[in-house]
Design a protein. Structure first.
Length: 538
């Protein structure tokens, strides 16, 4: 535990201006800042932070945790909400039967995080959503609110928080209104969250006064980049470090992290230094070999950023230094979760998908081939066409070299001559199935399958699938709801895994690629095609 942080929280004697500075530092935006200043002149601020109990918390949760430490240093009364009902309403990200177990997991892991950074738990109030959200009064207010909020406003408010699907459930439309009501029922002055929740906050400001309730203050953290450059997400396995990852896994993920020399944009490693390590410790130590100048202590984040931009800090040294600091934060959490009780809780709250389903009872040799045929078994990636030419022995086939984020491009043979010119394929981004068994096509081995939308009626039309703008070779493509599964190393032809899944691969009326109405995605957004609504994917 960081005793300095704990002592700072316990012995706070700050002025209103000092409290305001501490409360708002590193925030991207504050709505109602004048109201915040007025409250601080009169009394302590009451603030809440809520988290929907869905995927397992990861190291990005240290960002709100460090702000909670700031709030407590400033004397705030802080409530942490475990939003179990919200987790269910968000397209059932947490199945009903797992809600209670996930609340228990979140409570244990978040308390362990707070203890790790030296936050005394007796200064906090922990609340579970369903303890008050199923009450008569709250339910009546939900109905009152639903009679005022338009579908447009509800959908807009949840656009960046609630999982978006082609045919949204009513539950997702209720979600933003419930989060607004939480402010009243938790009796707070302010709500704290990520800037991705801004539209929910503005909905609360618009509609709570219509119910006769006070408009609250809203404080927003910036979105911290994940290790691959986009948002750090529970559903993007490579973008985040789990709180229970072992040292070697932390090293492996940091080694793969996006951290170009001199580039401070979308740099998740630098952002972690700014939003977690500096607020907690007020300094950061770059550890490096004496021949490169030895260790250097930074007491100002801007100096770290300037030195990195000037390439005076090597990415390898930055990653190694973050690794040391991060493992210090994770060690007490990992130790706490080594107990049999918490190991059992983790396994129960987050069961392995498809474990032993449909296989022979008690058969220890059961493999993935005998388990469920699920989309996460497909290794689908973004690729970039480096070169394209006619197959020397087949007029209907192209021979392409495609970069899929590996050391060498893959050779791909595809029957697109009748549908696209070489110029239309050259240098474009495509979507590839990469774990089919390589097979020879007219004497040349094809090492992947270029996925296309097609309309079979005459004349047949074919279009390659399009990754979202900004995608890079090697970006993983997944089906919503199947983000965490591990692809097979190679799909065995006799098992026909792809063929069984392909039956339900379609193009929606909005030209979005889907499997059983669930979107195909990368970390940047949806996989689409240009025009072939209702087509198949082949």
């Amino acid at each position: 535990m960081d005793k300095t942080v704990a002592a700072d929280i316990m012995g706070d004697q700050r002025s209103p201006d000092e409290k305001h500075q501490l409360i708002t530092r590193n925030l991207q935006e504050v709505l109602g800042e004048e109201r915040l200043k007025e409250i601080l002149k009169q009394r302590e601020l009451k603030v809440y932070w809520g988290t929907a109990t869905t995927g397992k918390p990861h190291v990005a949760y240290f960002v709100p945790m460090s702000k909670i430490a700031d709030f407590l240093k400033a004397g705030c009364e802080v409530t942490i909400l475990f939003a179990d009902l919200h987790a269910y309403l968000d397209n059932m990200k947490a199945p009903w039967e797992l809600l209670e177990l996930r609340v228990q997991y979140y409570e244990q892991v978040i308390k362990a995080m707070l203890e790790s950074i030296g936050v005394p738990l007796d200064k906090l109030r922990f609340v579970k959503g369903t303890d008050y959200q199923l009450s008569r009064e709250y339910t009546l207010d939900v109905y009152r609110l639903s009679s005022m909020v338009t579908e447009h406003d509800a959908k807009k408010a949840g656009a960046e928080v609630v999982k978006q699907v082609e045919h949204p459930l009513l539950s997702g439309l209720l979600y933003p209104g419930l989060q607004a009501l939480d402010e009243e029922y938790l009796k707070v002055d302010a709500q704290f969250g990520g800037v991705d929740q801004r539209k929910i906050f503005t909905l609360a400001e618009k509609y709570l006064p219509s119910l006769g309730y006070t408009k609250r203050i809203h404080m927003m953290n910036p979105m911290v980049p994940g290790l691959t450059g986009g948002k750090m997400s529970s559903s993007e396995e490579e973008s985040k470090i789990d709180l229970l990852d072992k040292n070697q896994e932390v090293k492996k993920k940091l080694k793969k992290a996006f951290c170009e020399p001199g580039n401070v944009e979308n740099n998740g490693v630098l952002s972690f230094v700014k939003h977690v390590l500096f607020p907690l410790h007020s300094e950061f130590i770059i550890k490096r070999d004496p021949k490169w100048g030895g260790d250097k202590v930074y007491t100002d984040y801007e100096e770290v950023e300037r030195d990195f931009a000037a390439e005076q800090i090597h990415p390898g040294d930055l990653k190694a230094s973050v690794e040391v600091a991060l493992n210090k934060l994770l060690d007490p959490i990992r130790k706490k979760f080594e107990t049999p009780e918490l190991k059992k809780l983790t396994a129960s709250a987050y069961p392995e998908p498809s474990k032993n389903k449909g296989g022979a009872k008690g058969n220890p040799k059961q493999t993935a081939d005998e388990e469920d045929v699920i989309p996460s078994r497909l290794d689908i990636r973004v690729g970039k066409v480096i070169s394209v030419e006619k197959h020397p022995d087949a007029d209907s086939l192209y021979l392409e070299r495609i970069d899929v984020g590996e050391e060498q491009p893959r050779t791909v043979v595809s029957g697109l001559v009748a549908y696209l010119s070489q110029e239309q394929l050259q240098d474009r981004l495509v979507v590839l199935l990469c774990n089919l068994k390589p097979q020879k096509m007219r004497g040349i081995e094809s090492q992947a399958m270029l996925l296309c939308a097609s309309i079979e009626e005459e004349p047949r039309k074919v279009e390659p699938l399009d990754p979202p703008e900004g995608s890079a070779p090697g970006d993983r493509v997944y089906v919503e709801g199947y983000e965490s599964g591990k692809p097979d190393d190679e799909l065995k032809p006799k098992k026909k895994v792809f063929e069984k899944l392909q039956v339900d691969l379609k193009i929606s009326d909005e030209c979005v690629a889907q499997w059983k109405d669930q979107n195909l995605m990368t970390k940047l957004g949806q996989i689409t095609c240009k025009t072939l609504k209702g087509g198949n994917i082949c």
